[in-house]
Design a protein around this ligand. Structure first.
Ligand code: PRX
Length: 635
């Protein structure tokens, strides 16, 4: 059952210019791919050699207990050593690590030296609150430099961070705190979005009331409105930073390569969000290699990944990847169209951005305002563009290519997942492109499209996207739930030992991959990943709702939007007011991204005899398509 939001067109080639090929780190993809697949162990060892380790590994890959793979076994390291500590011993200490712009025009720049000091201070503060190696710290913040600082500070102490995207609300945050058993939480008073304050601290107060495991809350001041500060629990960051405990030197904890770096909760087919676990060693090798090669990152680049640090894209390609490579990154706080639809183009022009990495939904959103907005700005500094999160439709691809990249910039369409940690299928700049295709697997990655029985699909045939061999930044497990990890990702093709991605895809005659969409109950709204179960439990937590089912329906800008079907409890009747109330309720409980576009009140839901909701039937009905096989339908 595929989302079917995207029908790949027949191939249309875009070849890179001589210039692009000449300066690319990897001018010949085929050669490197062949090499990597022929001997992945030497390939990854060579890549790992580009980083510093406190102790080298005894073994590159331990595959003795699949699917619990271990990478760089026996090695000692800390990703923060590679992302910061080693740079401040070189000329790079003077280089800009971060250029930040607030939505209201505030600006902060941080050299590697300054960022290193800020991280040391923050780590000392965390330590003074009892945070030590292995403790999980939840981070719930807006897009400000301190979120980067906080993440690195946790990693420095060997304390896995658990970043929760600032767009989530009370219950979503409470669930993630609870599952991670996080005693310390870092937040800010609020975040600026479209000129308004998002009251993050208020959300935290309620979430912590529901999940009282949190003992200490550090609050960074950003928006300045009055917030509730509970004595003995809540501390202003700027007050702590003025104390002697916040010294600008802090030893980096040396950890095993397989020590947890972070948990990042994401949605799966069923049940609650799962904490995807990534570790220090393999992850640092993979994110730095993929970023360097796919985005051809160079020392003189000004690189802008416009995602939120709270998602995997931000973790891998705002925080860790660019810093390991010693790059200069841009971070922007607010909405792309605030105060006008040229905000992004203004940023590109002002800072001379050379690489812009974003999502199709943002491109489509900005496209709606027309070419005149980008045309007002000098975008000639750009040399590469990137896309992530969902299939990019060829129309958006061409608009991005023509109007933003002036027909000069390759578009690096990167297919990957929270679970994979880094790019899995994507072009290198020297590879010829077809709009809408993520092209071919990254060197070292063996991907295929297969049928239910595991045989490979023919070119043009839809099938299940699988990854056939382990890679260094693969998830290690689901936090606290090894069983679910095995079941969800490794049970379908257990004998073959393949990783099941949950996506439907097809390959064409040239071996190019076209991602069609999810084949489970995950919905991608504006590139954000939501599980039907999360939205449904948000709806049924309202007193009027007895049962709910939600589906994803194609949308021109957002990729998909949510339709919800609710059965009301006795004594309630469907009305426009109730509909609005339910939308507000979901916004409050789960977050704005989960608010259904449409809510319908129904008397029954299509179910199998065993009681499973048949979302396929709801979707077909909503789209006016044939209902298909109804033999398992209860009534
Ligand atoms: O369906 C695929 C889609 O996003 C899913 C992963 O979502 P998440 O874990 O939130 O990570 C998003 C950022 C890496 C995938 O299973 N997806 C991601 N990138 C692409 C994509 N679909 C098509 N093309 C892409 N480039």
């Amino acid at each position: 059952m595929s989302e079917d939001v995207f029908t790949p067109p027949i191939g249309e080639w875009y070849h890179p210019t001589e210039d692009v090929i000449e300066q690319a780190h990897i001018p010949d993809y085929e050669e490197v791919y062949r090499e990597a697949v022929a001997d992945p162990i030497s390939f990854w060892a060579k890549r790992a050699d580009t980083l510093e380790w406190h102790k080298l590994w005894d073994k590159v890959l331990d595959d003795s207990n699949p699917p619990f793979y271990k990478w760089f076994v026996g090695a000692q390291t800390n990703i923060v050593h590679n992302a910061l500590d080693r740079h401040i011993k070189t000329w790079r200490k003077n280089k800009l690590a971060l250029i930040w712009e607030g939505e209201n025009g505030d600006k902060v720049t941080m050299s590697y030296w300054r960022l290193w000091q800020e991280v040391n201070k923050f780590a000392n503060i965390l330590r003074s609150m009892g945070v030590k190696k292995g403790d999980r710290v939840t981070i719930y913040m807006g897009r400000i430099p301190e979120i980067v600082v906080a993440m690195l500070a946790c990693a420095k102490l060997g304390a896995p961070h658990n970043v929760v995207y600032g767009g989530f609300s009370e219950q979503a945050l409470a669930d993630r705190i609870e599952d991670a058993k996080s005693r310390v939480l870092v937040t800010c008073d609020g975040a600026w979005l479209r000129g308004k304050i998002v009251p993050l601290k208020d959300v935290v107060d309620e979430a912590v009331r529901r999940s009282p495991v949190v003992e200490h809350i550090i609050v960074v001041k950003r928006t300045g409105q009055p917030v509730n500060m509970e004595e003995g629990r809540d501390y202003w960051y700027h007050e702590l930073a003025a104390l002697p405990i916040a010294a600008p030197r802090c030893e980096t904890e040396v950890v095993d390569a397989e020590h947890p770096l972070f948990l990042l909760y994401t949605s799966g087919s069923t049940g609650k969000p799962k904490g995807i676990l990534h570790t220090h060693g393999g992850y640092q090798v993979y994110v730095s290699t993929t970023l360097e090669w796919a985005f051809d990152l160079k020392d003189d680049d000004r690189y802008w990944c416009a995602a939120d640090p709270g998602w995997i894209t931000g973790h891998s390609y705002i925080v860790y990847g660019p810093l390991i490579l010693g790059a200069t990154s841009i971070l922007y706080e607010g909405a792309p169209n605030y105060p006008y639809p040229d905000r992004w183009w203004r940023i590109v022009e002002n800072y001379g951005v050379t690489i812009l990495y974003t999502a199709p939904t943002a491109i489509r959103g900005l496209m709606r305002f027309g070419e005149a907005w980008p045309q007002r700005h000098d975008l000639s500094s750009l040399r590469l563009l990137g896309s992530v999160g969902e299939p990019i439709n060829p129309e958006a691809w061409r608009w991005f290519y023509n109007n933003i990249g002036s027909e000069q910039c390759p578009i690096i369409d990167t297919w990957w997942q929270t679970e994979t940690g880094g790019f899995m299928i994507c072009p290198l700049p020297s590879v010829s492109l077809k709009p809408g295709s993520a092209t071919r697997p990254f060197p070292g990655i063996v991907a295929d499209v297969v049928r239910e029985d595991g045989t490979s699909c023919e070119p043009g045939e839809d099938g299940l996207l699988v990854i056939k061999t382990p890679w260094p930044s693969m998830l290690r497990t689901i936090w606290g739930d090894d069983k679910r990890y095995v079941e969800q990702y490794w049970s379908k093709f257990k004998e073959q030992g393949w990783y099941l991605t949950g996506d439907t895809a097809r390959k064409d005659e040239d071996g190019y991959f076209w991602i069609i969409g999810r084949n489970d109950d995950v919905i991608k709204v504006s590139g954000y990943r939501l599980g039907t179960a999360e939205v449904e439990s948000g709806l049924v937590s309202h007193k009027a709702v007895a049962e709910a089912a939600v589906i994803g329906v194609p949308d021109e800008v957002k990729g998909s939007v949510i339709y919800a079907y609710c059965i009301l409890r006795n004594g309630y009747s469907g009305s426009a007011e109730l509909m609005q109330e339910l939308k507000n309720h979901v916004r409050h409980e789960v977050g704005a991204i989960a608010v259904p576009e449409k809510i319908e009140f129904v008397a029954t839901l299509p179910k199998t005899r065993s009681g499973k909701i048949m979302r396929r039937v709801l979707r077909a009905q909503a789209l006016g398509q044939p209902l298909g096989d109804l033999s398992t339908l209860e009534e």
